[in-house]
Design a protein around this ligand. Structure first.
Ligand code: PEP
Ligand code: MG
Length: 569
């Protein structure tokens, strides 16, 4: 069977499918004694209440469209017909409660799976999800994770949260396929790319069509998933996999090379990281800096925020590993698609336009100050460049600087040393800031373009929404106009300017941006080899010529065509 989705992290994979149900708990065939029946009925009722309570807790912080699914699960858990059948199996046939739950839910899911209408079929996946939550409550087991897998697998899931992707077992995940959509710059997609894991998102009705353990081929160039491929198809995919591995190996040869253009202009390559883990720090020998440390991942998957001491240990490690090269540590950028249970986030209809990132830090000064203190205390271990996300005005910069100064003063009065050369910079990811880049350059020590959000806000399109992906246009002429202005104002002011969004790892964009005068790029490790290779084939005059031409073009399609035609190598 052939399924289609959106390819968000390129690659090919062949292997066994693992259907990831984070809340799954196993139930095996088992029966109880007559005297135990009442206990099983009572425990079933309690599990239902616990599961519903948990759903409400998680759902309450989500925007309405995402919370919908929890409401659907709650309705299923409260379904009287299924409840009656489960109690009957316990009372009349001595089923253990969990086995009764498993049996009844499987029956109803099976009935729906055989219906033609895809909308009704989708309800089967909801029933199985609800069952998993009920069984998890029954067993008292915690949510499963993808961080430790026993063998290499292709992961199929309804959805993956940024935390799932950030912590997954890199050695054993061959590819990711999900039912939920996610644009190219959704955080699940970004992390899959940074880890070099092929990913296809937004495959309709995926979970109803796949089974654990079946053989699957994934083409994450075309967004195709082939279930139980025929021997001919299998052979075809084995060849493609081999070819893909060969290209990757060739790119790896460039990892150690100095990053420079064919005419010898040195380009600074930064690394995007999300933790101080070994996996993230693997790129240390191949990059000139950490161009973006997404610190918010430290706050995910836990019930209390990381303490100042805990953060100090993480930041200190990264700073000392990279010393004397700079580490751009971005302050907490939570909100939008990134949530953290340990933080109270406002419930908003438009979270990407709401109180996220720096705005949230302003409303939660204790959280912000704890992070700033940890970062400033770590500054003595290396070269700290502090970067503020979601800055929309000079007011934001001044207020954030006020917080930083206060944190510094307090530390000094408490006797903690703070390095004297800490730089303060901003992400340029809101058009209002890009348009006053000349003023911003006077206010900060450096800036880095967050092209993922800049594109989202410039083109007015949700970066997460796979259905609106055609409107998400990083190569839109408007983007290059904004970027041209930002780069030239910072270059004029003699202040460092870089780009750390996904455009920074896209060889087409990089060629145009070198032409616009940009010399600093930051990307996930999996892009570094390919980027150094692309730079080695580019000269600055050619890049300038490209930049000049695309500025006269009218649509993204024209820009892309021109770049592709002139950069084919
Ligand atoms: C960006 O917006 O481009 C960026 C680098 O930040 P994030 O993707 O984490 O929002
Ligand atoms: Mg951003």
């Amino acid at each position: 069977m052939f399924l289609k989705g959106t390819a968000v992290s390129k690659g090919i994979a062949l292997g066994t499918l693992f259907v990831y149900r984070p809340n799954a708990a196993e139930a095996t065939e088992s029966y109880c004694q007559d005297g135990e029946k009442a206990i099983h009925v009572e425990r079933f009722a309690l599990s239902g209440r616990t599961a519903i309570e948990k759903l409400r807790q998680v759902g309450k912080d989500l925007p309405e469209n995402e919370a919908k699914i929890f409401v659907a699960h709650e309705e299923i858990l409260a379904d009287e017909e299924m409840e009656k059948e489960i109690i009957e199996l316990i009372n009349k046939h001595n089923y253990c409660g969990d086995w009764a739950i498993h049996t009844v839910y499987a029956k109803y899911a099976g009935l729906l799976q055989s219906v033609e209408d895809p909308l009704i079929r989708e309800r089967a996946a909801d029933i199985l999800d609800a069952r998993d939550q009920l069984l998890a409550a029954w067993s008292g087991k915690e949510r499963r994770s993808l961080s430790k897998l026993e063998a290499p697998v292709i992961v199929a899931a309804r959805d993956l949260f940024p935390l799932d992707t950030a912590t997954l077992d890199r050695d054993n995940v061959l590819a990711i396929v999900t039912e939920a959509g996610g644009g190219l710059t959704s955080h699940a997609a970004i992390i899959a790319r940074a880890r070099g894991i092929p990913a296809v998102l937004g495959v309709p009705s995926l979970l109803e069509r796949v089974t654990d353990g079946q053989t699957v081929a994934v083409d994450a160039f075309e967004g195709e998933v082939i279930l139980a491929p025929t021997p001919e198809k299998l052979e075809q995919y084995e060849k493609r996999l081999e070819e893909w591995r060969r290209v990757q190996k060739d790119n790896l040869k460039y990892l150690d090379a100095e990053a420079k253009t064919a005419d010898g202009v040195r380009i600074d390559i930064g690394l995007n990281i999300a933790s101080a883990d070994e996996e993230d720090l693997r790129g240390v020998d191949h990059c000139d800096s950490v161009g973006l440390f997404r610190t918010e991942f430290l706050y995910m998957g836990r019930s209390t925020p990381p303490s100042e001491e805990e953060q100090l240990a993480v930041y200190g490690k990264v700073l000392s590993v990279f010393n004397p090269r700079p580490v751009i540590l971005r302050t907490l950028d939570i909100g939008g698609d990134k949530t953290a249970e340990c933080l109270e986030l406002p419930k908003e209809d438009n979270p990407f336009l709401g109180v996220r990132a720096l705005r949230l830090c302003f409303t939660q000064p204790d959280v912000f100050i704890a992070q700033l203190r940890a970062a400033l205390r770590a500054s003595v271990s290396g070269q700290l460049w502090l970067m503020l996300p979601m800055v929309g005005s000079i007011d934001d910069i001044r207020l954030a600087k006020h917080f930083i100064a206060e944190a510094k003063d307090r530390l000094t009065s408490e006797g903690y040393p703070v390095a004297g050369n800490v730089k303060i910079g901003v992400m340029i990811e809101i058009p209002s800031l890009a348009l006053i880049a000349d003023l911003v350059a006077k206010e900060v020590d450096f800036a880095s373009v967050g092209s993922n959000d800049l594109c989202q806000y410039c083109c007015a399109v949700d970066r997460q929404n796979a259905d609106a992906a055609e409107y998400y246009q990083p190569h839109h002429p408007a983007m290059y106009r904004l970027l041209s202005q930002v780069i030239s104002e910072f270059n004029k002011a003699g202040k460092p300017i870089s780009i750390c969004g996904e455009m920074g790892g896209d060889p087409l964009a990089v060629a145009a941006l070198v032409g616009l005068g940009l010399r600093k790029f930051s990307m996930g490790l999996s892009s570094v080899g390919a980027m150094k290779r692309a730079l080695a084939a580019l000269t600055v005059p050619k890049a300038e010529e490209l930049a000049r031409t695309i500025q006269g073009l009218t649509t993204e399609a024209e820009v892309l065509r021109h770049l592709r035609e002139n950069l084919a190598n």
